[in-house]
Design a protein around this ligand. Structure first.
Ligand SMILES: Cc1cc2nc3c(=O)[nH]c(=O)nc-3n(C[C@H](O)[C@H](O)[C@H](O)COP(=O)(O)OP(=O)(O)OC[C@H]3O[C@@H](n4cnc5c(N)ncnc54)[C@H](O)[C@@H]3O)c2cc1C
Length: 413
């Protein structure tokens, strides 16, 4: 019955590839076309700043599927091809080689691209960004001969690149606007733990300052900062966030604001068109507002959720946002989505580097992060979802089970 239908996915990314997989798993036997601008079959990006960057894992470890999977599952994978426009009224996409293709359902998984900083010298050789596997290859090669790297940005990408570069023996200076690394997500107390971690591993931290210019003749030789310093270097990585790739959706007249606007089923403002992953600004039933998540787990799960909606499923996507990071020998998982909180409570050995941090608002846990402590994140998520008011001394006490706290009824409404 679905054989004569065509579902087109724009963005051969993690979200896009997982959507294709789910369509087949759910029994869709029509045509699936997965179109990707990159010349590489779908891959996962987290290793690109970690083990892949350090040369500890090869390409085979990053792909979402084996090479033969697409053919075996009759997924028409078009690599090195971009969709330049689509018309939601006539349901047709146009590729950069002029091919037009009719669709019954369209999924946008166009992801995000790195921000650049508008200062002079940004185009000098040796000033790099990190998003694609080719970027990671290029950076690894440069790190092999670099003696000093300046990482601009103290968010996740900057922190992970700094850690990998130190592990490869390169001198690293981190420049960031924040007072401590990761402050915008974790706050100053938990961010300070990452500051100390990087300092212990020899990273020079230049916090609370920005970049005025990259300087050098042809190749970057130094970074001039807004506090008047000049940092000599032969390599720069700029990791100052990303922005969603919404141009295609905007050109087609879809509602776009900090991403492609989608409802809880991941449907856009155009009938038959869906969006998932970094590009989707989705209504989140648990939070009662739109949320756009730039993390691996969101792409992994939203792709399949969008696929089910494309097949007529009515289930809302309401997973609690989750991400992970590995720096040196410190692994962490974080669940939640907050920018405001009243207090942070620690459970476990903070100085020994094995603890869980909880962010609370009005006595309720709104986010939690386990650091070198495993098998608790599910309970952290239950606690967030329960909206239970918690006793902070119990929360700090490793002998009180998080499951029991999530089960405790909320004392007010
Ligand atoms: C170096 C690095 C490390 C990371 N580490 C972590 C981590 O440790 N933990 C974590 O939770 N998250 C991490 N992330 C974030 C995570 O990788 C992203 O959230 C995830 O890749 C988003 O996937 P996506 O499928 O939404 O889109 P993307 O991965 O951005 O892919 C979108 C694809 O669509 C293609 N495309 C765009 N427009 C078009 C078009 N018009 N036509 C055809 N193709 C198009 C793009 O070329 C791209 O290939 C990391 C990201 C990077 C870059």
């Amino acid at each position: 019955m679905t054989k004569d239908r065509t579902f087109v996915i724009v963005g051969a990314s993690l979200a896009g590839a997982k959507a294709a997989e789910t369509l087949r798993e759910e029994g869709f036997d029509g045509r699936i076309v997965l179109i990707g601008a990159e010349p590489v079959r779908p891959y996962e990006r987290p290793p690109l700043s970690k083990e892949y960057l350090r040369g500890e894992a090869g390409r085979d470890k990053v792909y979402v599927h084996e090479e033969g999977w697409y053919g075996d599952h009759e997924v028409d994978l078009r690599l090195g091809r971009s969709v330049v426009t689509f018309d939601p009224d006539v349901r047709e996409v146009e590729l950069d080689d002029g091919e037009r293709m009719a669709y019954d359902r369209l999924l946008l998984t166009t992801g995000a691209r790195p921000n650049s900083i508008p200062v002079s010298g940004s185009d000098l050789d040796g000033v790099l960004a990190l998003r694609s596997v080719q970027d990671s290859d290029a950076l690894r090669e440069r790190l092999g001969s670099a003696s000093s790297l300046v990482v601009v940005g103290s968010g996740w990408i900057g922190a992970e690149v700094a850690a990998s570069a130190r592990e490869l023996g390169v001198d690293v200076t981190m420049v960031g606007h924040e007072a401590v690394p990761l402050e915008h997500v974790l706050g100053s107390r938990v961010g300070a733990i990452y500051r100390d971690l990087h300092a212990e591993h020899g990273v020079q931290l230049r916090m609370g300052t920005g970049v005025e210019a990259f300087e050098g003749i042809g190749h970057v030789e130094r970074v001039r900062t807004s506090d008047g310093s000049e940092l000599a270097c032969d390599l720069v990585v700029v990791g100052v966030g990303v922005h969603p790739r919404t141009e295609l959706a905007a050109r087609a007249g879809l509602a776009v604001k900090n991403g492609v606007l989608v409802d809880a089923r991941l449907q856009t403002s155009a009938p038959g068109v869906f969006a998932a992953g970094d590009v989707a600004h989705a209504h989140h039933p648990f939070y009662g507002q739109r949320v756009r998540v730039e993390h691996w787990s969101n792409a992994l799960h939203q792709g399949p959720a969008a696929a089910r909606s494309m097949l007529g499923g009515q289930e809302p996507y309401d997973r609690i946002p989750y991400f992970f990071s590995d720096q040196y020998d410190v692994g962490m998982e974080y669940s939640g989505n907050v920018t405001d909180w009243d207090e942070v409570v620690f459970r476990g050995n903070r100085d020994g580097g094995e603890f869980v941090a909880f962010w609370l608002q009005d006595g309720r846990v709104v986010a939690g992060m386990n650091v070198n402590v495993w098998d608790v994140n599910e309970h952290v998520q239950d606690l967030i979802r329960s909206r239970a008011r918690v006793d902070t001394s119990e929360l700090a006490d490793p002998d009180t089970s998080l499951e029991s706290m999530a089960g405790a009824p909320s004392t007010d409404n």
